[in-house]
Design a protein around this ligand. Sequence first.
Ligand SMILES: *Cc1c(COP(=O)(O)O)cnc(C)c1O
Length: 373
Amino acid sequence: MSAHSGPSFSTRPVLRVNLKTVKQNYNNLQGLVGKKTKVAASVKADAYGLGAARIGRTLYGAGCRTFFVATAGEGKIVREAVGENATIYVLNGPAPRDLTLFFGNQLKPVINSILQAYAWAEATENVKRPPFSAIHIDTGMNRLGFSDEEFEKLVTNKKLFERLKVDHVMSHLACAPDNKSAYNKEQLQKFRKQSSRLPVLPLSIANTAGIYLGDAYHFQMVRPGIGLYGGMATDNIGQEVSEPVASLMAPVLQIRDLQPGDKLGYNSTFVAQKNLSVAIVGAGYADGIPVNWSSTEKGPIGHATLQKKRVPILGRVSMDLTALDVTYLKKKPRIGDWAELLGDNLESDAKAAQTINYELLTNIGSRVRREYV
Ligand SMILES: *Cc1c(COP(=O)(O)O)cnc(C)c1O
């Protein structure tokens, strides 16, 4: 303990989420697509690590009425947060063990294949008011969705189609971040052609990056995720209307002065060449700090922010702790000071770790206290 840290000092890292900015991001995206298009929200993976319940409620407050999750379990959490007036689609579709979750929480499955269609039709056969569903057409990503062959089986089987009570038709873009990719247009054309064979609206194909491809991709609904959470989605970030919302903070636990030859951390991968001042902060890879931010023989890779200055990470990032070089800060940090490990530099930080901003957010661990401002 230190005299400086005070009674509220905790060694637990904190993710500070600015809900006002989440709301602003939602409004900005809605402004971009205009009134004819509804902005739904992708809140899968615990709203990209930010907390699906609070994010869901915030977006509902901003006017969002349609939410996408990956699994039925995620859907239940969002349902409890946003109430019964919202629509919740489960992207990965129905499965036997999840049926009670679907029926108990009025979750709508996204039907991704003819097998899922048969299974859902059968599962809902004796259900009084089964949920509606969405159809996912594969237009070239070859991940989930109806293939051409399967889609033929769907459009020619009236009885099956009616049983599914389809109220949304969607597809997903593979190359949306790159507006020069010809594949976007190919997928768009295929989506137009296939979706026109079903008597259903709304249609959607755009994630955040897809929104920036222009009006033709908006249809009646768009499904952004990362853009709501302040992450950049395209190769041209100058055009994007989102602001950062999340900041991962770790408390300084100890300050240590190293002399030339002193070794630091696991495997002694860092050896001081001169006198250094090091702050040990309370967050590590279990909290989502990438091990790839560990320094190498060639020098530092990852950075944190302390006293508004970028400071390099030294040595190996460990499970619960990370060491920062604070030698050149104006003031020596004190116990309980906060270092920011993720924040406004999400994209360059991701690059340094050889990953993507999405992964940095979704990897933020459950030990990190979520604080909403
Ligand atoms: C995750 C996901 C989205 C949202 O993507 P972002 O790139 O985060 O905007 C939209 N649609 C589908 C099918 C998804 O899986």
